[in-house]
Design a binder for this molecule. Structure first.
Ligand code: C2E
Ligand code: MG
Ligand code: MG
Length: 718
């Protein structure tokens, strides 16, 4: 394109001067030069300068027009201007010509024309009528400027501005200090502030108490480091209401790459968050009372446990079940029942502290987690208040409705269980509170729980031991100390435990004393003793065998007849060769029945001994009634009688009683020769004890008998 160089004027004039000075000093205008001059201007203009007739036929066409529209002068002269018009704008030409005919100007009219190759061109057009010397309008001159580029920039800016203005997201432009330079409509809508109120302010204006101020610090640090940041922030509208926003901030850099501005886009996600909160509520809260449900409770309890452990505090888990709620439901209907639950929940909620949790388990069951108390007794007033909350009458439908509550409580970490087990323990204690008469609280008894647990373990382990044949009988000889004769053996059970080795009965029998399993074990002992007797008998060893019988087994129905029929299966064994040892304490505990069974046993021919005699404080009257042939002096008295006069007195007393009532007497716990000497001096010849022999497996007995000799002191005793 040809253009005029504005600096060129001074150096090399392009045109002949239009004005010259005549010799007489008058200025002379050279019309030809003027015409040339104008022509030069038209020819060198960047704008399209076109003239046309009143019917729109092109009369002149400058190079600027060629540059803009693509057509050459030859192509356009005599042609209709409509060639330049997009089809939909053909009407425009007619209207423009009408205005020209009217003598009007059209200036800086922006429109679209068509390039020779078909692409649209944005032009700004100024059209003026051309008049002849008679001032008649004979055509129009048209100056068109290509504004396509400017238009594109403008459109883009417009678009950006429109986006800025109309986007549903709040947009803020800030300076590098975060001060607001510009905000959009959405920002104004979301925050409730006017534009004037926020320009110059910063984000702290919107700070919400729903979160700490750190969020902005965190975001700013990230923004400085990376140029952008994003985070969810709770903010406050002008009227105080909180709203959740997803805030994205980007940096705008200047040409030197230095941050110039920030653009923050802020999407109001409050409805989303609210919806989420509603969903969470549905999952975690009880619909009727609005209290946390089981799920949330276990979460909160877990946290409270961790907190208690860290801070060395106690927490209580209290299980509450209302007493008489079912009756309320039955009598007044479920709606009233529901109202009652709501009312009680509200009362309890106000009784407990903010850090505590009240949850509904369903039905009329609630759980309260009481936190941060130093010791279990500090809970008492709190628990009593909860009971009072249940207890106070409630006015519903004009009636005073009355229920009460039973609470079961366990303390963590004293009760060092997991969440589920803590709840179970509290529930168990609640059940006990009900059993004990309701409207009270009951603490969970940890020690009993441990006992119950280990007992149930022992039971299953013993059952297994019976199956695996882990029990064995040992036998301890009973002798006449003076003559050295073996008068019998006592069968004593042992458990050959695969891990713990040989266990004595004290390690496992007491736990099953009151369990039916003791009878199963007892039956095994009887069978094993009989089998041993048969095998000894075959080897020529015949003697009396004492078997210890547990109270429970002795009192079982038909004990004597059952034992007799067992014995009948081992035909060679006379009933008198069996002695049944029964503890004095258990005989006295149920004297009537025990006496009956003893009589029955005696009728079958069995012998009866009262074991550990002296520990049960038998009165003379009782002793007279006990149909036992033998009294076994308890080993504790025998063992200590040499040093302890009171024990000696008891030993003497038992021996005296036995003589008086014509019973046999035998001493247990003879550990030394001196023990034997003393007993002999007191008139007791029969004895059993480590000083004679320790309990031994059945097959060792023959060898022991062959080798044993009573000490000379005993034989020589007076
Ligand atoms: P017990 O019937 O009084 O048996 C005597 C206990 O004293 C035995 O203990 C025996 O080993 C122990 N002993 C014997 N001589 C001495 C001694 O000189 N010094 C000391 N310190 N102890 C001595 P064991 O075998 O541990 O049995 C303990 C108790 O278990 C028995 O006391 C008996 O009441 C019960 N028991 C043992 N076997 C059975 C059984 O098969 N069934 C039932 N129901 N109870 C049994
Ligand atoms: Mg015994
Ligand atoms: Mg004993």
């Amino acid at each position: 394109m040809k253009s005029i160089d504005p600096t060129a004027k001074t150096s090399a004039p392009l045109l002949e001067p239009v004005v010259s000075t005549a010799t007489n000093g008058v200025l002379v205008i050279d019309p030809i030069a003027v015409a040339e001059h104008f022509k030069a201007i038209v020819q060198s203009s960047d704008d399209a300068i076109i003239s046309k007739t009143l019917d729109g036929t092109v009369m002149s066409w400058n190079p600027g027009a060629t540059a803009i529209f693509g057509y050459t002068e030859e192509e356009m002269i005599g042609q209709s201007m409509l060639k330049l018009f997009p089809l939909h704008l053909h009407m425009e030409e007619a209207l423009l010509l009408e205005r020209i005919v009217d003598g009007q100007y059209v200036s800086h009219f922006e429109t679209v024309r068509k390039h020779k190759d078909g692409h649209p061109i944005n032009v700004s057009v100024t059209i003026s009528p051309i008049r002849n010397q008679k001032n008649q309008i004979i055509g129009a001159s048209k100056i068109a400027r290509d504004i396509t580029k400017r238009k594109a920039i403008e459109d883009r800016l417009n678009l950006i501005s429109n986006v800025f203005t109309h986007t549903s997201e709040a947009v803020v432009i800030t300076d590098t200090h975060g001060r607001f330079l510009e905000v959009n409509d959405a920002f104004i809508n979301v925050t409730g502030y006017s534009r004037e109120e926020v320009i110059g302010r910063d984000f702290s204006l919107f700070h919400s108490s729903r979160q700490g101020p750190d969020i902005y610090t965190t975001l700013l640090t990230e923004l400085r480091a990376t140029g952008h940041c994003q985070g969810e922030v709770w903010s406050r509208r002008k009227l105080g209401e909180s709203f959740a926003g997803l805030l994205t901030i980007n940096t705008v850099y200047d040409d030197n790459g230095i941050p110039a501005k920030y653009i923050a886009i802020f999407a109001d996600i409050t409805p989303l968050r609210k919806h989420q909160e509603r969903l969470e509520k549905l999952v975690n809260f009880d619909a009727l009372t609005g209290l946390p449900n089981r799920l949330l409770l276990s979460d909160r309890l877990k946290q409270a446990m961790a907190h208690a452990k860290r801070n060395k505090k106690t927490l209580a888990v209290a299980y509450l079940d209302l007493d008489g709620f079912k009756e309320v439901n039955d009598r007044y209907g479920h709606d009233t029942g529901d109202d009652l639950l709501i009312a009680i929940a509200q009362r309890i909620q106000t009784s407990i502290r903010d850090s505590d949790t009240l949850a509904r388990m369903g039905g009329d069951e609630f759980v309260v987690v009481l936190t941060d108390v130093s010791s279990p007794h500090e809970y008492r007033p709190l628990l009593e208040r909860i009971l009072d909350d249940c207890n106070m009458p409630i006015q519903l439908k004009g009636q005073d409705i009355h229920v009460s509550g039973s609470l079961g409580v366990t303390f963590y970490p004293e009760d060092n269980s997991d969440v589920d087990q803590l709840m179970r323990h509290a529930d168990q204690a609640m059940y006990e509170a009900k059993q004990a008469g309701k409207n009270r609280f009951q603490m969970f008894d940890l020690s009993r729980d441990a006992e119950i647990k280990s007992r149930s373990e022992v039971i299953s382990r013993i059952t297994q031991a019976l199956v695996h044949d882990e029990f064995q009988l040992y036998f301890q000889p009973k002798v006449n100390m003076r003559t050295g004769a073996l008068v019998g053996v006592e069968a004593l059970i042992r458990w050959n435990h695969p891990e713990r080795g040989v266990l004595s009965p004290a390690a496992f029998l007491p736990q099953i004393e009151n369990h039916p399993l003791i009878e199963t074990v007892g039956d095994w002992v009887i069978e094993a003793a009989l089998a041993q007797m048969v095998s000894w008998q075959r080897a020529g060893l015949v003697m009396q065998v004492s078997i210890n019988i547990a109270a429970r087994q002795f009192q079982a129905e038909h004990f004597a007849t059952n034992l007799a029929s067992r014995l009948a299966r081992h035909l060679d064994i006379a009933p008198s060769r069996l002695e049944l040892e029964l503890l004095e304490t258990s005989a006295l505990a149920n004297l009537e029945d025990v006496v009956q069974t003893m009589m029955a046993c005696r009728r079958q021919g069995f012998h009866i001994a009262v074991d550990d005699f002296g520990t049960g404080y038998s009165s003379l009257t009782y002793l007279r009634r006990l149909p036992a042939e033998t009294l076994k002096i308890d080993q504790s008295f025998v063992r200590d009688m040499l040093d302890d006069n009171e024990d000696l007195a008891i030993v003497k007393g038992v021996i005296g009683l036995a003589n008086a009532f014509n019973r046999q007497v035998i001493a247990e716990g003879v550990e030394t020769i001196a023990h034997g000497e003393k007993l002999l001096s007191l008139g007791c010849e029969l004895a059993q004890g480590y000083g004679i022999a320790r309990p031994m497996p059945g097959h060792e007995l023959a060898a022991w008998i062959a080798s044993w000799q009573p000490p000379a002191e005993w034989r020589a005793a007076p």
